[in-house]
Design a protein around this ligand. Structure first.
Ligand code: FRU
Length: 496
């Protein structure tokens, strides 16, 4: 597409969207998950509560359903369910970000909205990454600082590599702004650096907050740092972190480090860690704190380096965000529940109390809708297991299986719709997660949107997957081996 006279890259991108968004094929488009109007999206960026609304930006390439030079797409919402598309916020239009405006974050200062992002430059096959600032008065139109890049080689010094130096997450601690930024050590380990500033423009190096080892992956992307329930939490997205039991089976993973920050040394003391989501499609989570003090997380509901049916089928889009989740820290673990807004938008379709399953299947519905939510509690007799088959047709179903003896929850998209496979990994159609019953019970909340399923388990753990059906499966059925009592079950749909 050619630039018309005097049109900026940003104007060009916005015009392209307006002129082409009707070309998107709706088949697999979601109803309440954030997607771009057309084209490719990856990481959530700049997730922030600003002037009474939730703003979310995202890594965006409007011109193709493949990754390309990154722009920042933008949406906002009052309830994290109904989203309004806004014009693109950033385009790669400066020397210091000419190959892409990479991931970053947002913060309010004196009523203005500041974005901090990575200026990505590729010259003769060599990558340089430096941190930059853009400011807005209205939360929609952004001006890049003429001090950019605000953190480059000089401040990075010997602490990391300028070729892998990205994804600043800015936050305030006391009267100072801080930013955690990911980089790589000489030994090819992840490293999180901390920088500080009084005005978001002039920065100083503060500390090496955390450095990885061989068992923690070759690069850490998209760090986020916050204090919650009396603990300090560092989340990030490691590349090629080795498997640990059932954890970290995807090519790129996410991890939460729970611990204590020593502000006098700038070092983070890790006390516990665990994978954030046990599914197949979850990456680069980012959090905000809203006016009610809620810590809310959203992630890219997709995985790097796998086939993506909406792209392969020429549907002109690729990627979506997860349902926003509210976080807490309990027993040194990060817990996730759906944001409370979802419960205000649910219409109940069916309720059951005390359904005894003993080897015979039970058909819950043969008319499964796109926006269905199923909440249930199950009581297991010894050795029993429960399989929930969702979107079932003659060919296949999504399967959610809990095995009490193994204390294992498995989610599988085997044979469901278009094949999703990776370049660098064996084909992964299912994942399992260690799940302990609570007082002998399993609590599941299942959110289905057109081509995704998110499971919330025991008000704590999650599993997220996407799936692209060829023929829509309309049935949900429950199967047990041994005796399982469904003490409560509620099927609803989200009205969005
Ligand atoms: C993570 C990531 C970031 C980078 C961005 C580029 O998914 O690789 O590290 O800033 O995507 O789009």
């Amino acid at each position: 597409m050619n630039l018309t006279e005097k049109e900026t890259l940003l104007e060009q991108a916005n015009r392209y969207i307006t002129e082409n968004k009707a070309k998107v094929v709706a088949d697999y488009r979601h109803h309440y998950h954030v997607m771009a109007p057309i084209g490719w999206i990856n990481d959530p960026n700049g997730f922030v509560f600003y002037k009474g609304e939730y703003h979310l930006f995202y890594q965006y390439y409007p011109y193709d359903s493949n990754w390309g030079p990154m722009h920042w797409g933008h949406v906002k919402s009052k309830d994290l369910l109904h989203w309004e598309d806004l014009p693109i916020a950033l385009a790669p239009d400066q020397d210091y970000d000419k190959s892409g405006c990479f991931s970053g974050s947002a913060i309010e200062k004196d009523g203005h909205l500041y974005l901090m992002y990575t200026g990505h430059v590729e010259e003769n096959g060599v990558v340089y990454q430096r941190q930059c600032i853009a400011v807005s008065e209205d939360g929609i139109h952004f001006e890049k600082s003429d001090q950019n890049p605000v953190i480059g080689e000089k401040l990075l010094g010997e602490h990391g590599s300028i070729h892998d130096f990205r994804d600043p997450k800015v936050f305030r601690h006391g009267d100072t702004y801080f930013s955690v930024v990911a980089t790589k050590s000489a030994a090819d380990h992840g490293k999180i650096l901390l920088f500080s500033s009084k005005d978001l423009i002039e920065w100083s190096f503060y500390s090496v907050m955390l450095e990885g080892n061989d068992s923690q992956g070759i690069m850490w992307e998209c760090p986020d740092f916050f204090r919650l329930d009396g603990k300090d939490v560092l989340i990030m997205s490691p590349i090629q972190i080795p498997k640990r039991g059932h954890e970290f089976h995807n090519i790129s993973s996410t991890i939460a480090y729970i611990g204590t920050m020593d502000w006098s040394t700038g070092k983070f003391q890790v006390e516990n860690d665990h994978e954030i989501d046990g599914g197949l499609d979850f990456y680069a989570p980012q959090t905000l704190e809203d006016d009610q003090g809620r810590r809310i997380m959203i992630a890219w509901m997709q995985m790097w380096d796998r086939t993506r049916p909406p792209h392969d089928l020429g549907h002109n889009w690729s990627g979506a965000m997860t349902l926003p989740r509210q976080l807490h820290v309990k027993n040194q673990c990060l817990t996730q529940v759906p944001v409370s807004f979802v419960y205000e938008n649910m219409v109940n379709e069916k309720e059951l109390h005390h359904l005894v399953l003993k080897d015979d299947p039970y058909c819950l519905t043969q008319d499964l809708g796109d926006n269905v939510v199923i909440e249930l509690e199950a009581d297991f007799s010894d050795g029993a297991s429960l399989a929930i088959q969702v979107a079932k047709n003659e060919m296949a179903a999504l399967k959610i299986i809990y095995n009490k003896a193994k204390q294992l929850l498995t989610i599988s998209r085997e044979n469901v719709g278009h094949l999703i496979c990776g370049n660098e990994e064996p084909q992964l159609v299912a994942r399992s997660m260690d799940v302990r019953l609570i007082d002998g019970k399993l609590k599941l909340e299942m959110f289905r949107d057109t081509s995704s399923l998110e499971l919330f388990v025991n008000d704590k753990q999650t599993m997220t997957i996407t799936f692209y059906e060829i023929a829509k499966g309309k049935e949900v059925s429950l199967h047990s081996e041994g005796k399982v009592v469904i003490t409560e079950l509620k099927m609803s749909h989200l009205t969005v």
